[in-house]
Ligand binder design. Structure first.
Ligand code: GLN
Length: 447
């Protein structure tokens, strides 16, 4: 805890934490020391964890990087937090993030930008940028983020660490502030596979507070990290031919693919002709879901309330106009348009059908192969402000991460060298539903 607190202090300029619970963490650590002495400590005793500002922690503020939740404190623990605490992990603070987890650079936070520790003129990625930098700069061992379309994997790639998005429904969403409920997954950042496996086995699994959580038993991931010696791996040809793919990322991906071949695994190129439909389907469906989810922030139930309204209706309007940032408003408007009576069939229903096609084709590949491998991002970490003027350009940062999200499949980003400027490159691996144990063993083999 002291080591973490020193690093947090020394790296304040990176803005990775919104709140740090120094006294509370020290106190907890002392209590856990006692438990260790008398042999009653939990599985995660002493593990220092940061949590993204979308994950509820009883009697602590949570505000999704937004002005609209000013002053709001959660009355209950999210299931993930509840399980971490039960195993004696130590929550050191809440991590900065893009407002309501919408963004790819952490430039949409009410609390300001997060900086990449490797080059402070560059973004850490988003939306879980604070959680990624907290692990990158050793401010905690592990952190929790949320991944709706890449928000754990993309910042992990930009920061040179590991980021896992488990299968949709593997980890309870109870106490996770919703962005797009049919995509949202809590994800894990770490510097090694073992820590990730231990945290996953603690927080995953059935939960009566979230009826979408799978009843599939949770394996002891940390004891299943031995790799096979003959994996079947597919890489998607189109991803390596994408315009705008940074050449060093293509080379690094090809190098890892050759390494797999030389280790004796079977690696084949496969076609994925739906690549162009990934981002449109993702952004149509997630903005639709977000417009509905975010209607609850009306100035009555939570956090900020505008004092400028004359009646209930104008209080709602003013609260929402003043409380939400630009990107969140853009998505609420887009989503409302998509769900409106005259466009529902043309956009929402069509995107649902495309989603099914994307999942079916991805599952078909995974019926013949153990894993699909691809880059995480088209470029390494970009400069602050580089894409803020053009939202479409920003959305392109998610090109390779949304396939697993649209399909609900588990995917991980692991470090794969650096570009000429020394900026980290990520390598992405997608597995079939609930194959996290195999995904982690395969990742460990490649590290
Ligand atoms: N960057 C993507 C978006 O803005 C992903 C966000 C996320 O996974 N939360 O929607």
């Amino acid at each position: 805890v002291s080591y973490s607190l020193e690093n947090i202090e020394a790296n304040q300029h990176l803005n990775a934490f919104v709140d740090v619970y120094a006294d509370e963490a020290r106190k907890r650590a002392a209590g856990i020391d006692e438990k260790i002495k008398n042999g009653s400590a939990g599985k995660l005793a002493g593990l220092v964890i940061g949590i993204k500002d979308v994950i509820c922690h009883a009697d602590h503020p949570v505000q999704a990087g937004s002005h609209i939740l000013d002053g709001f404190e959660s009355q209950f623990n999210s299931t993930a937090v509840e399980r971490l605490l039960a195993e004696d992990a130590i929550i050191i603070g809440r991590n900065n993030c893009d407002e309501f987890a919408m963004g790819s650079s952490n430039e949409n936070s009410y609390f300001g930008n997060v900086l990449n520790a490797i080059d402070t003129e560059r973004v850490p990625g988003g939306s879980s940028g604070g959680s990624a930098v907290a692990v990158q700069a050793d401010m905690c061992h592990v952190s929790l983020g949320s991944d709706t379309g890449g928000s754990v994997r993309q910042p992990a790639a930009f920061c040179g660490i590991l980021g896992l998005k488990p299968t949709y429904s593997r980890i309870s969403r109870h106490g996770l502030i919703a962005y797009a409920s049919s995509f949202d997954s809590i994800g894990i950042f770490s510097k090694n596979v073992e820590d990730m496996a231990r945290v996953l086995e603690v927080i995953a699994g059935e939960d009566s507070y979230d009826s979408t959580v799978s009843k599939t038993p949770v394996p002891a991931y940390s004891t299943k990290l031995n790799p096979d010696n003959n994996y079947r791996v597919a890489y998607i040809r189109e991803t390596l031919e994408t315009d705008g793919l940074q050449p060093e990322i293509r080379e690094a991906t090809e190098k890892t693919i050759s390494k797999l071949t030389s280790m004796g695994h079977r690696v084949d190129a496969v076609d994925f002709p739906l690549l162009d439909y990934l981002l449109p389907a993702y952004y149509i469906l997630t903005t639709a879901e977000a417009s509905s989810n975010l209607s609850r922030f009306d100035g009555v139930k939570y956090g900020y309330r505008s004092e400028n309204g004359d009646d209930l209706e104008s209080m709602y309007k003013k609260t929402r106009s003043e409380g939400f940032g630009k990107e969140v408003k853009r998505r609420i408007m887009l989503g409302t348009f998509i769900l409106s009576a005259s466009y529902y069939d043309a956009f929402y229903n069509k995107a649902q059908k495309v989603r099914r096609m994307i999942r079916d084709l991805t599952k078909k590949i995974l019926s013949e192969y153990d894993f699909i491998v691809l880059p995480v991002t088209p470029t390494t970490a970009f400069k602050l402000g580089e894409h803020t003027a053009n939202p479409l350009e920003m959305y392109l940062a998610d090109l390779f991460t949304v396939q697993a999200s649209v399909s609900g499949l588990p995917a991980i980003s692991i470090p794969n060298g650096t570009d000429k400027a020394g900026l980290p490159i990520g390598f992405q691996i997608i597995a079939d539903d609930f194959q996290e144990d195999r995904l982690l063993a395969f990742s460990k083999m490649l590290m």
